[in-house]
Design a protein around this ligand. Sequence first.
Ligand SMILES: C[S@@+](CC[C@H](N)C(=O)[O-])C[C@H]1O[C@@H](n2cnc3c(N)ncnc32)[C@H](O)[C@@H]1O
Length: 298
Amino acid sequence: MAPQQKIWDRFLSPVVRLFINEPELRRYAESVDWEKESEFYRQAEVNIPTYYSSQNFHGIKGGYLNYGAAVSYDPITQYVLLPNETWVRQALVDNIKGQPRRILDLGCGTGSTTLMLKQAFSQAQVIGLDLSPYMLVRAKHKATEANLNITWQQGNAENTVFESNSFDLVTASLLFHETPVNVAQAILEESFRLLQPGGQVLILDGNQNTIRQLEWLNNVFEEPYIRSYAAGSLDASMSKVGFELVNTQDFYLIHQVTSGFKPIPVAEATRIQNIQKYAPNLVDNDLQGLGSPVGVTA
Ligand SMILES: C[S@@+](CC[C@H](N)C(=O)[O-])C[C@H]1O[C@@H](n2cnc3c(N)ncnc32)[C@H](O)[C@@H]1O
């Protein structure tokens, strides 16, 4: 047994079990036909990358490609995202500029952040994308319970089927620490492609500066790629892709929210600035054809 696995099995897993209502989880798990429901999301053209299928995450064998991951993810995450899961996710929502109309949440998992995005921007079309059809099944159940209309789609965030320039907000929460460096870079490049000029990318994840100093924590949570994530700089990676106004804010020392904007070409920026100056009501009321409502002239 690998050392990390020992720590999970012997220490963390029993502790987590103390706080989790296992009978209730079991009832929920058994009430769902996971294979049938997950079939609905499976896309034949989606290839599962090896970095993803070959690793355990959080002590769960097979990573996210089984229903156990989808059932146990939320009960565990609520204790891991200190000091308060909702505050941490809200930090991402609070950093959104403007009123996005089309939002894509990459690596949406069970949809906890995706639901908050839809609640914050009820008029927006919100899509949650994940590689795991089981996580999407759980996300769909949560959205139905909350009466929120969200599209759930299986896909690889490195290479999606969406058209270029088709979103004005792309988000990812807790995704980047679970991807190798080259995959993280590919996801940023894909986000850049998907955003229309002026659109915003927002990434919520562990604080790279802090995690670098917490080697023991990395062992406990069994995160295969967290060391390389912590050794990097999301600011630098975003700038490399071409994002502008890149900025990272620390949140309770252990989390960070990194934001960047896809630049607007100068001629288009001047056009928007003129409209904002001479016809401000138009900007407020009719944003069609004006580029991203975020309206940042980077
Ligand atoms: C730690 S979970 C985060 C889930 C959710 N965003 C949250 O904040 O709770 C990471 C998620 O990313 C997904 N994932 C990992 N690599 C991915 C990729 N290349 N494309 C799409 N989803 C991916 C996993 O399936 C998993 O659901």
